[in-house]
Design a protein around this ligand. Structure first.
Ligand SMILES: *Cc1c(COP(=O)(O)O)cnc(C)c1O
Length: 361
């Protein structure tokens, strides 16, 4: 058996320790005689898994008491519709467009109300984060929406927008648990877990209590109402139980590693190795505005399609896989989430150095 350095943007690398533990518990979870996949979601075993996961997440993120945590299904993309359906009272919302996922969310929201684009970085193919310190937020906007880390373009909001008191809704899918956040600054945080936390298909929502209600503006399906899962502790129907179990293990792993401060330190260190190399390279370039660079998704290119393809292909010989950039950007992308060991980043830079020596004239 051999593990590779998996730079995939998602589903992505998970802590080896967590995978080993899960494999040891696969056939017999804590004396139950069955796998977590096979057990009732109403069993005592699963009830403990769920409640521990929520408690550990609250602890790791220091989530204030007036926020609820729920697990839902359908991927982050289903929340593009759930957000307006749950939050719109005036049927008005203001969006900041910094990439493909916020644009998708914007288009979805347009089906439900009057949506204003407050700022966008589309003019430069989303290579930067617009200045959001003084936006023209509408007085009757129900919320302001951002995608905090742009998985495809490698940018990240380093400062949250000034929402003029309106609730901030943030898609944190690709930066969730990568560093400490002040939850009290948000109305809603949500994240598809397959980027930094667990198996695909599960979404975690952290919602300020006063934003949870029966919203009668729309005929909202029961399963799309956040209140349904809040009132039922995420057990209205059968949840994605195995994914919740893995997430719970990852929360414990983060605690053991020293919490989010420590995650941030590790992630900064990893990102610095890569960006420092890129900034001094004559062959590779990072086209993302320096101050807005993501520490999770690092995009780079040789500005030569053939050479990029050769790089991606030869990388496999060094156990470096899934390094190809998103088709809308081209080039390469190294996703270096929490579980990517520093050795993976060092290996990548070693290979880049070698490749540069061989191909830079
Ligand atoms: C991957 C991703 C999504 C989409 O997630 P799905 O689970 O595939 O719907 C949305 N937002 C961001 C920021 C992502 O990285």
């Amino acid at each position: 058996m051999k593990r590779v350095f998996n730079f995939s943007a998602g589903p992505a690398v998970l802590p080896e320790e967590v995978l080993k533990e899960a494999s040891e518990e696969m056939l017999d979870y804590q004396g139950s005689g069955m796998s977590v996949m096979e057990m009732s979601h109403r069993s005592k075993y699963f009830e403990n898994i769920l409640n521990d996961a929520i408690a550990d997440l609250r602890d790791v993120m220091n989530i204030p008491d007036n926020y609820k945590v729920i697990f839902v299904q359908g991927g982050a993309s289903l929340q593009f519709a759930a957000v307006p359906m749950n939050l719109m009272k005036n049927k008005k919302a203001d969006y900041i467009l910094t990439g493909q996922f916020s644009t998708k969310a914007y288009k979805e929201a347009c089906m439900f109300g009057d949506i204003k684009v407050l700022a966008s970085s589309k003019d430069k193919n989303f290579t930067y984060i617009p200045d959001c310190s003084d936006l023209d937020v509408r007085d009757d906007a129900d919320y302001v929406y951002i995608c905090e880390n742009n998985t495809i373009y490698g940018t990240k909001f380093k400062e949250l927008p000034n929402t003029k008191g309106k609730p901030l809704v943030s898609d944190q899918s690709s930066c969730f648990l990568s560093e400490p956040v002040d939850v009290s600054k948000y109305g809603v945080i949500y994240a598809g877990v397959q980027k930094n936390v667990g198996p695909a298909g599960l979404v975690i929502l952290i919602i300020r209590e006063d934003l949870i209600s029966d919203n009668f503006q729309f005929i909202t399906p029961t399963m799309l109402k956040w209140k349904t899962q809040v009132d039922n502790n995420s057990l209205y129907n059968t949840p994605n139980s195995y994914a919740i179990y893995i997430c719970g293990k990852v929360f414990k792993w983060i605690k053991k590693m020293g919490g989010l401060e420590q995650m941030k330190k590790r992630n900064l260190e990893k990102a610095k190795i890569l960006y420092d190399y890129l900034d001094n390279s004559k062959l590779f370039k990072c086209n993302v505005c320096k101050k807005d660079r993501s520490m999770m998704n690092v995009c780079f290119t040789t500005n030569n399609e053939e050479l990029d393809a050769l790089f991606v292909n030869e990388a496999k010989n060094y156990d470096i896989v899934n390094i190809k950039g998103h088709r809308s950007v081209g080039g390469m992308r190294a996703s270096i989430y929490n579980a990517m060991p520093i050795d993976g980043v060092k290996r990548l830079v070693e290979f880049m150095e070698k490749f540069e020596r061989e191909h830079n004239l």
